[in-house]
Design a protein around this ligand. Structure first.
Ligand SMILES: NC(=O)c1ccc[n+]([C@@H]2O[C@H](COP(=O)([O-])OP(=O)(O)OC[C@H]3O[C@@H](n4cnc5c(N)ncnc54)[C@H](OP(=O)(O)O)[C@@H]3O)[C@@H](O)[C@H]2O)c1
Length: 277
């Protein structure tokens, strides 16, 4: 379906970021797609589908009025209190218009649970400020009519341009220690898989809670070492082992009720292979 065939107008908040930008690139040839950036940059200033927006200073209504979206994708970072107010305004807009919101949440909404991986209907429970913040926004959006919100819980998202891969490469270049967490069992995904999944959810008009992690689980320390071994063959890489508890802890979002089709699922090995391309 080409842009002109679609009625959707899509607004991506945080479209200059790692995941937001990947989503923008995936959707822009199919839909009328707009995006926001915070830090001024020529490529965005010159693109009239991009608007500058700072959640701490600007009114999100101005962005909504300028773009009139039928789908809002929230891929923002920034001050939590300011983001909470912005999402209250987004909820009001969604309720009053023919519009729905897709919110990028995180496995951290379960970071206080440790003994099992988490599924879509499990009660959220977090021990971190970030997790608490994500839960607050999720609960706000879950009060909207069901068709109007999709909550997308992401595990660690990797990709050639991901901050985590860049950070690993920087540690290798600087010969500084890479932190690994031997007790954490997690799942992973890539930006390219997340963008395909979101595109599918838009086409199929999906709503509800989605767990977009790999179908299998990995130990944090082993997986980071696998990635590092793909980047460098040099010996003597420095690791700092960080033990947060004595027992294994799970930080994993697995699908059970809202499964996507097989071709949109991913394994940790496929993620690793994609990083090696
Ligand atoms: N990456 C992951 O592994 C992961 C995992 C789970 C969930 N998530 C969620 O996915 C979303 C996107 O994450 P990401 O990794 O793509 O983040 P990112 O690369 O840091 O991008 C964040 C985006 O938000 C914008 N932004 C930052 N501060 C802002 C402010 N004060 N006002 C307005 N915009 C602001 C950035 O604009 P500038 O580029 O101009 O600063 C950028 O467009 C976040 O909500 C995050 O919690 C990410």
């Amino acid at each position: 379906m080409k842009e002109n065939d679609s009625k959707h107008r899509i607004l991506i908040l945080g479209a200059s970021g790692f995941i937001g930008n990947a989503i923008y690139k995936e959707l822009c040839s199919y839909f009328k797609t707009f995006g926001t950036y915070r830090v001024p940059h020529k490529i965005y200033k010159d693109n009239n589908h991009f608007l500058q927006y700072n959640v701490e200073e600007d009114d999100v209504y101005d962005v909504l009025n300028a773009t009139k979206p039928t789908i809002i994708i929230s891929a923002l970072r920034g001050d939590f209190q300011a983001q909470t107010i912005a999402h209250q305004h987004l909820s009001e807009y969604v309720l009053e218009h023919d519009c729905k919101i897709i919110f990028l949440s995180s496995a951290n909404v379960f970071d206080a649970y440790s003994k099992y991986p988490s599924y879509e209907l499990d009660k959220t429970f977090s021990g971190s400020i970030y997790g608490h913040f994500k839960i607050k926004i999720e609960n706000m959006l879950l009060r909207l009519p069901k068709k109007k919100a999709a909550i997308v819980r992401l595990p660690m998202v990797l990709g050639a341009q991901s901050p985590r891969i860049k950070e690993l490469k920087q540690h290798l270049a600087d010969k500084t220690a890479i932190e690994i967490f031997p007790n954490i069992i997690m799942n992973v995904t890539t930006d390219s898989k997340v963008t395909q999944q979101i595109h599918y959810m838009i086409n199929r008009n999906k709503s509800g809670v989605f767990h977009l992690g790999s179908t299998d689980l990995v130990h944090h320390d082993e997986y980071i070492k696998d990635i590092v071994n793909q980047i460098t063959t040099k010996n003597g890489v420095l690791y700092k082992h960080v033990y947060t508890t004595n027992e294994d802890r799970y930080l994993a979002v697995l699908p059970k009720f809202n499964k996507l089709p097989k071709h949109l699922q991913v394994t940790s090995l496929e993620v690793l292979q994609e990083l090696n391309k």
